[in-house]
Design a protein around this ligand. Structure first.
Ligand code: KIV
Length: 269
């Protein structure tokens, strides 16, 4: 069972996937993935919203508990949702602490910026391990006007590099770097000793993360940088159609699915 310290110091690529419920978290865990992230991508991937903004602390807490119950080995990281941190310090500590104390998570992730450096230090000091997140931070979609690649201008790339170093100094044990040029991601990974886990950031980071529904082929809109490794939607459709056909055709339930009670008597008719 990896600890945050194992992840912080590992010398091999870190594998990370999102999961939102116990059975899929169990599959991810049994496949040997190091870190399961209960991402606020819950909003798009599972709850049917078109952004992560409506996701609440209660929803992340509930899904984190489910994931923790499904996992034996992997590190579980709970993603603090939009406005679930950074507004008021004691509320941030309460929300982050709740993920560890009540739901059993090992760490929290926060979408990072200038405003989260001190917060990262505060949470870390309190014993709440923090995974930082820079580059594209989808909770800023209204400000960014979309989900475009970040750090393409020199000044912004330099700012991301500086913020990455500041979050490492503040105590973050790892950093997600999303949708940035691959040479920027390589430079950040080179700068830092903590693992930089990339998504849409090329191959020269210290690990990779994707959204589980994109990997499984269950998303209707996966980003271009994601890769579909299976066709779970197709398999679900085949199973559901087979069930429907079996009911309509009278093949289900079959004899082995029905048990009569010999002691019951309904008369001979
Ligand atoms: O919410 C999420 O799933 C994430 C990953 C894309 C890193 O933040």
């Amino acid at each position: 069972m990896p600890t945050v310290e194992d992840i912080r110091t590992t010398t091999r690529p870190v594998t990370m996937l999102t999961a939102y419920d116990a059975p899929s978290a169990a599959v991810v865990d049994e496949a040997g993935v190091d870190v399961v992230l209960v991402g606020d991508s819950l909003g798009n991937a599972v709850l049917g919203y078109d952004s992560t903004l409506p996701v609440t602390v209660d929803q992340i807490a509930s899904h984190t508990g489910a994931v923790v119950r499904g996992v034996d080995d992997a590190l579980v990281v709970a993603d603090l949702p939009f406005l679930g941190y950074g507004v008021d310090e004691s509320e941030t500590v309460e929300n982050a602490g709740r993920m560890l104390k009540e739901e059993g998570a090992d760490a929290v992730k926060i979408e990072s910026g200038r405003h989260t450096v001190d917060l990262t230090a505060r949470l870390t000091d309190l014993g709440i391990p923090v995974m930082a997140h820079l580059g594209l931070t989808p909770q800023h979609v209204k400000q960014l006007g979309g989900y475009s690649r970040q750090g393409v201008e020199q000044s912004h790339a330099d700012e991301i590099r500086d913020l990455a170093a500041a979050h490492e100094s503040a105590g973050a044990f790892s950093l997600v770097l999303e949708h940035v040029p691959s040479n920027l991601a390589a430079a950040v990974a080179d700068d830092l000793s903590l693992p930089v886990v990339g998504i849409g950031a090329g191959s020269e980071t210290d690990g990779q993360v994707l959204v589980l529904t994109d990997v499984l082929g269950l998303s209707d809109r996966a980003p271009a940088f994601a890769e579909q490794f299976g066709d779970v939607a197709g398999e679900m459709e085949r199973a559901v159609s087979a069930y429907r056909d079996a009911v309509l055709g009278g093949e289900f339930p079959a004899g082995e699915h029905a048990v009569a009670a010999d002691d019951l008597d309904f008369g001979s008719g």
